[in-house]
Design a protein around this ligand. Structure first.
Ligand SMILES: CC(C)(COP(=O)(O)OP(=O)(O)OC[C@H]1O[C@@H](n2cnc3c(N)ncnc32)[C@H](O)[C@@H]1OP(=O)(O)O)[C@@H](O)C(=O)NCCC(=O)NCCS
Length: 137
C-alpha cells in the first residue's frame, strides 16, 4: 500500500500468538484455517520456528516452518495482511524465516500457482525431477 509507514514494524520469533490475532490475519486472506482458532494456535505453537511481523500490537505477517532441525524444512504458511502487501515485507519476512535452514538438504513449500513469481524472486525454484503430491485425509 503506497504511503504506508512501515518503519516501526517489528519481526518477532515468539511461537505463542493469540488466537484472535491469527484469526484476523487468516480471515483477511480468506484462508479457511482462520475458522479453527484453537487448532491454528496449536499449529503455530508446535511449529519449529515462527517468524511474525507486527504493527504495534497487530499481527500483520506470518511465516511458520516445520522442520526436523537438521536436513529438511517446510513452510506451510507465508502470509502478509492485504494492507501491507507489495511493500517488500513478504520477502523480508521469508528471508528471516529461512535463516535457520541455510545449508539444509531440502527447504520447500507449496505455492499457489498465482504466487509462484513471488517465490521465484525469493530463492525458490522448480525441481524438474520432483512433484508435490497430496494425501486424501
Ligand atoms: C505472497 C505474499 C506473501 C507476498 O508478500 P508481499 O509482501 O506482498 O511481497 P513483496 O512485496 O515482498 O514482493 C517481493 C517481490 O515478489 C513480487 N510478487 C509479489 N507477489 C507476487 C505474485 N503473486 N506473483 C508474482 N510476483 C509477485 C513482487 O512484485 C516483488 O517483486 P520485485 O522484487 O521485483 O519488486 C503476499 O502477497 C500474501 O500474503 N498473499 C496472500 C497469502 C498467500 O497467498 N500466501 C502465499 C501462499 S502460497
Amino acid at each position: 500500500m503506497a504511503g504506508k509507514d512501515i518503519s516501526g514494524l517489528r519481526i518477532l520469533g515468539e511461537k505463542h500468538i493469540p488466537g484472535h490475532q491469527l484469526t484476523a490475519l487468516f480471515e483477511s486472506l480468506h484462508w479457511s484455517s482462520g475458522r479453527f482458532p484453537e487448532k491454528l494456535v496449536l499449529a503455530v505453537a508446535n511449529s519449529h520456528t515462527v517468524t511474525s511481523l507486527w504493527d504495534g500490537d497487530t499481527l500483520v505477517g506470518l511465516v511458520t516452518a516445520i522442520s526436523d532441525g537438521a536436513l529438511c524444512a517446510y513452510f506451510p504458511y507465508v502470509a502478509i495482511h492485504p494492507d501491507y502487501q507489495g511493500l517488500g515485507l513478504g520477502s523480508r519476512l521469508l528471508r528471516e524465516a529461512m535463516k535457520p535452514y541455510r545449508g539444509f538438504h531440502h527447504v520447500s513449500l507449496i505455492s499457489y500457482a498465482e504466487k509462484e513469481g513471488f517465490y521465484l524472486r525469493n530463492g525458490f525454484s522448480h525441481d524438474p525431477g520432483k512433484k508435490a503430491l497430496f494425501a486424501k485425509t
